[in-house]
Design a protein around this ligand. Sequence first.
Ligand SMILES: *[C@@H]1O[C@H](CO)[C@@H](O)[C@H](O)[C@H]1NC(C)=O
Ligand SMILES: *[C@@H]1O[C@H](CO)[C@@H](O)[C@H](O)[C@H]1NC(C)=O
Ligand SMILES: *[C@@H]1O[C@H](CO)[C@@H](O)[C@H](O)[C@H]1NC(C)=O
Ligand SMILES: *[C@@H]1O[C@H](CO)[C@@H](O)[C@H](O)[C@H]1NC(C)=O
Length: 249
Amino acid sequence: MHHPLFLLLVLLLPGTWADPEGSPIGSFTVRLLQISTFQNTSSVDTEGLGLLEDIELGALDKRTWNIHFYQPWVRPALPRSDWDTIENMIKIYLQKFSHLINDGASERDVPYPFVVQCVAGCELYPNRTSRAFAYVGYNGQDFLSYDVDLGKWILYEDTDLARYVQATLQNYTAFSELVQVLFNDTCVDDMELLLQYGKAALARREPPVATVFARAPGPAQLLLVCRVTGFYPRPISALPSSPFIPKPR
Ligand SMILES: *[C@@H]1O[C@H](CO)[C@@H](O)[C@H](O)[C@H]1NC(C)=O
Ligand SMILES: *[C@@H]1O[C@H](CO)[C@@H](O)[C@H](O)[C@H]1NC(C)=O
Ligand SMILES: *[C@@H]1O[C@H](CO)[C@@H](O)[C@H](O)[C@H]1NC(C)=O
Ligand SMILES: *[C@@H]1O[C@H](CO)[C@@H](O)[C@H](O)[C@H]1NC(C)=O
């Protein structure tokens, strides 16, 4: 029960109960990201970030491994959490994670430096069903993914290190079951609460700011470049049209 990944999941997704009423409608995804750069066997830099859609909920302080919330509504949305305990458990998880990877890497002569990326979370659909996911990357390549339906870690790359990590994770069946419960249920419950508390942030509308500048790529042409920034939500549709207009004389 003290497996590092298990700890991460528990810590970042404390148990809460949700009342779905009043939540925004649509598909929403919660993602927890971890990026660990292994410089050598004694030096690891870890960054952690939590996202609801593209809203940054909070991040891990690189030096102290404390959590900093970026939105005032995140902590009130998770009322049952004892954040002191959670922060301590995250530190234990990160230490164990580093040991696990360092042990596997040095036994297999894996060259340093290398980067391990983990992303886990859940997506909630408008019909209120959900899908959980967990992926591990190594040096920017897909490495392992968790198949929630099969309850198994799937290899992308058949290397010694990938097999080691897969076997280590697979050896903990209680852990795999926990991943399922956490991401099938807890993640979705927490997301329902985040959607309520963060409704205003998700529903906000920021008008675009447009800047137009001109270039003359040829003697008879003027290229107008229109840059639009600052708008929210992100998805936009643009009407295709030629940026070239005849150069005025
Ligand atoms: C490990 O990497 C860190 C950061 O680059 C460096 O300061 C340290 O001297 C290195 N230690 C060893 C044993 O190579
Ligand atoms: C709910 O929506 C998702 C995404 O559109 C779809 O994949 C899934 O089959 C739907 N589930 C049900 C029970 O309708
Ligand atoms: C989690 O969801 C998957 C896919 O919907 C399902 O196969 C699995 O039994 C669920 N596990 C738990 C513990 O609820
Ligand atoms: C997984 O468990 C098997 C059987 O108990 C053991 O032989 C193997 O060394 C374990 N692998 C890891 C990576 O812990």
